[in-house]
Design a protein around this ligand. Sequence first.
Ligand SMILES: Cc1ncc(COP(=O)(O)O)c(C=O)c1O
Length: 372
Amino acid sequence: MTAKRAVSPRRGILDIAPYVPGKSALQGGQPVIKLSSNETPFGPSPRAVEAYVAAAANLSRYPDGSARSLREAIAKLYGLDPARIVCGAGSDELLNLLAAAYLGPGDEAIYSEHGFLVYRIAIRAAGATPVVAPETALTADVDAIIARVSPATRMVFLANPNNPTGTYLSSDAVKRLRAALPDDVLLVLDAAYAEYVRANDYEAGIELVATTPNTVMTRTFSKIYGLASLRIGWAYCPDDIADALNRIRGPFNVSGPAIAAGVAALQDRTAVARSVEHNEVWRGRMAEALSALGLKVTPSAANFLLVHFPKGNGRSAVEADKFLQSRRIILRRVEEYGFPDALRLTVGTEAENRTVLDALHAFMGAKVSARP
Ligand SMILES: Cc1ncc(COP(=O)(O)O)c(C=O)c1O
């Protein structure tokens, strides 16, 4: 009998390190304070939950494959053309679809040093080569990205603001990047945290998508809309790019309950405004209190903070993580982003924030008060 040959994935697939999500539970199963995945502490709008529950009546029916009601609701809110919006199962799916449609073996795609890890996975899954551009002050560096463009470059991924640093590029800087990139290089502006940004010099990407033929913006319902579990993202694209994505996406890639909840969530502007306000206040208070404990905090425009711990003397990020977990608090370890000495902390409810600050106060053994 001849030996059976095992099937194997395409070359390069097994070189991809799987994405490791933020921890969500600890041993013992008791309740935790989970500030590890940049989710909103408020949950979804009650209107979205209501729409989701109502959608249970139709689970035996396929959803509208074009997610028209959701695209129209997004288009109405932002004044966009619904035909140029493509919805996906989270923005992760759209990032992967963009790579699948526009990258292949021999191509290069650039992202920044501490950029969101899904880019590397998407690029490699498409058989292309990731190229990393160094950052300056933990912020994407336009000149460094431009310097890494080669004849093989087909795409640039830019998270703005970036996860896990929380830093952002101004609208002028992004425009400068677009202008310097060759026309056949697709610029993907991943604006997963755009709703949280209050800086006057920020623009999520709508303007550039409207005015250039080679820029795409991706957005998500996982963060400020509190629908991470439903998996809803959208991309705003030039016509031809929307057409390409629509050819390769799953025909029913966004579920009916997700579409219904997404439409309802978009309409609850009060919930969004409250989240933005809470985030603005508590991100500032947390940064200040953590600095008072002697910890370095990277200035953030998003709903999380990158907190840097000392290297040794029992106060390292690994030890802090262990200590916090002993108090049932989960932050995000960020070694794989190049930060072995930092933890990422999502802004939580007031009570969660105070509990974390108390715990870190105890951990650091600080004399100064960490209470805002
Ligand atoms: C920068 C960035 N982009 C995209 C995503 C993916 O979000 P989702 O697939 O839930 O829409 C995340 C989630 O953490 C993120 O931080």
